[in-house]
Design a protein around this ligand. Sequence first.
Ligand code: 5AD
Ligand code: SF4
Length: 443
Amino acid sequence: MKYQTYHIESFGCQMNLSDSERLARQLESLGCVQCDNIVCADIIVINTCCVRESAENRIFGHIGALKQLKEKRPDLLIVIAGCLAQKDQQQIFKKASHVNIVLGTQNIDRLAEIIQDNAKNKRVVQSDAYADDGLNPNAETARHSGFAAWIPVMYGCDNYCSYCIVPYVRGRERSRPPEIVIDEIRSFVAQGGLEVTLLGQNVNSYGKSLANDWNFPRLLQQVNNIDGIERVRFMTSHPKDFSDELIEVMASGKNICEHLHLPVQSGSDDILHRMNRNYSTVNYRQHVKKLRSSIAGVSITTDIIVGFPGETDEMFEQTLAFMAEINFDSAFTFIYSKRSGTPAAKLTQQVSPELKKLRLQRLMNLQNEISLQSNKAWIGREVEVLTDGPSKSDPNTYSGRTRQNRIVLWSALPSDKPGNIRKVRINSAQTFLLKGSAVSERN
Ligand code: 5AD
Ligand code: SF4
């Protein structure tokens, strides 16, 4: 069967989006072209996430729904990739007889090879987790954008936060060699790239497995120095490995964006300890203080989980108080989801679903108020935005992001186009975005 078109759906984090770009590149190397409409594609790839049960349920529903499509078109090739494919490989394979290939996170670079070797369209599971790390540090990618790129700098995670499934599905921590990362970014910038986001589950432990004392601040500094680069972002940072050296590099690197995503997870030291996070609210507060005194206007965002086993009303109140104290610019808030195989799943005192929902609502309400106030502080100021393109709801309104990663909308001028850097004067603020008028174009 000669496959001509492919369609990829990605769930979960930026690492998955980046993996999807690698999967896309492999399918293109087989001569396939991307197709927006899932119904017309010859190859469908679902790149999955298993960090929370809700994501899993949605994905299982989605996989189930593909059965009808496969019945109508038996030649359709269905690939389930990513974290859920790694975790529940046999279950997916048994439950969904219409699935052709289950490809775990360690094996994503083998998609093209498996398709080519499999002329008879046999069903294949490829997800040997730790035994054989098939990831190719030189893997090519089909980027979603010509001016902004995801750049994985490391894979896996060794932190074993007690609630988290990621280390079990993405394996041990491995850093990509710095010369490969730098070369990849150089060639992206040479082709017109402006912004890169360095990705890793905990970028602050970059380099532990490498020779020559490599660490993340050194890598970041080198990326900052690449000629022609405009914006350097990175995620995710872990407070336990966050260093003064990193703050110094962020403060002095003129291309490093004034934004730090630093998940705190809880404002209770007791919970942080049981989450195996290895820092306290005191440490976190110190990092924030130093960041704010070293980097003018830095935006600090976070992740918070409510309803971790044993979370009392008092502990939850501590989280609310910490959220208000730190004044996060924005926060992703989650209900704790029990992941079997993780240490926290064995804890008694699981919080009831009703209480978890109530807590989440209170946390979100508070953060929304804080985000609105933090956005209002930008009214009347001119900000530099990197243009993403027309907004989804109105082609005459353009959307872009500030260096602090705030979304800005403005009425498009004829010269506006994706990838432009321009100034916008902010006129009004909402919880999740700013609105303004275009002022001048920089290039
Ligand atoms: N339940 C809820 N949220 C979780 N996260 C990770 N594991 C879980 C879980 N079991 C959240 C953390 C992490 C983000 C990516 O997902 O807040 O920072
Ligand atoms: Fe999960 Fe913790 Fe690793 Fe983040 S640092 S991926 S929360 S184990």
